[in-house]
Ligand binder design. Structure first.
Ligand SMILES: [Zn+2]
Ligand SMILES: [Zn+2]
Length: 276
């Protein structure tokens, strides 16, 4: 049983359980026996709300209150659980200063590269997961953005690295090459890769019908490298915590015994030590 949970959202992102207070999220973690947790809500951007126009993250004006709420809970629950502040952040080259600032003010940064960046035009596009719409060139930008973020020292964890395989019909040469590249980046920068449990839990709860990730082929490639991994709940709804053990069991089934045995899991200390 892993006693730390480093991928959790709040209602500020506008797509989490509407009545899930920050306090209730902490209490649910304590009830589950976690000794540490992090708040890693989708980071706010000053200028970019969402490329598609739908709000999926806190407003920039809510940032102060978000950090203050975490600081308050750190003190309130100091005896029961270690709480870290954090953001799930995309790497967006044109928003460098904002990324630097958020990295400074938070304990942990998860890189969740939901967006592609068009280097030619400097524009951000929502990551398009469907094979029909994503060009090979765009897909190949995915590890480039991860590598650049790692090189500039932003992330502490790469969240759902296999997100690029969502809705891809095959795991072909390009997909495999990208998996190798991400594993190599993780090795080079000592970055742990997250096995994301969100879709598994959503499927178990009947809210989703497809376990988009974890992707077995991706993790088979990763297992060939000396990479550290961890489970991430990516909690938007409290039921995901109830299904925590069951989600891990399902992830193990999907990834397969052989690959699971070859993966090396990091500890909370590995992540915190690396940050220092
Ligand atoms: Zn994410
Ligand atoms: Zn997330």
């Amino acid at each position: 049983m892993y006693k730390f949970s480093f991928h959790n959202h709040t209602t500020r992102c506008q797509h989490a359980q509407p009545d899930m207070s920050d306090d209730s999220l902490v209490q649910a973690h304590i009830a589950k026996g976690f000794t540490s947790m992090a708040f890693t809500d989708h980071c706010p951007w000053k200028t970019l709300i969402h490329p598609s126009g739908i709000r999926t993250r806190m407003l920039y004006s809510e940032k102060k209150e978000y950090i203050a709420s975490i600081d308050m809970l750190k003190k309130k629950y100091a005896e029961e659980i270690n709480i870290f502040s954090g953001y799930e952040m995309e790497y967006i080259p044109s928003l460098h200063e904002e990324m630097v600032q958020m990295r400074k003010e938070a304990d942990l940064i998860l890189l969740g590269q939901h967006y592609l960046y068009n280097y030619d035009t400097g524009s951000v596009q929502g990551f398009n997961y469907s094979q029909d719409h994503i060009s090979e060139k765009d897909l190949l930008h995915y590890p480039v953005l991860i590598e650049q973020a790692a090189r500039e020292g932003f992330p502490d964890i790469i969240a759902h690295p296999d997100i690029y395989l969502k809705n891809r019909l095959t795991f072909g040469d390009t997909e495999e090459r990208i998996a190798h590249r991400i594993a190599q980046i993780a090795v080079q920068h000592h970055l742990p890769l997250e096995i994301n449990l969100a879709h598994i839990a959503a499927c178990m709860d009947g809210r989703m019908s497809k376990e988009h990730y974890p992707n077995a082929d991706f993790w088979r490639v990763v297992s060939q490298y000396p990479v550290q991994v961890l489970f991430g709940i990516d909690c938007h709804w409290l039921f995901q915590l109830d299904l925590y053990e069951a989600s891990i069991k399902r992830a193990q089934e999907i990834i397969g015994k052989k690959t699971m045995a070859a993966l090396s899991f990091c500890t909370e200390e590995d992540i915190i030590r690396r940050r220092r």
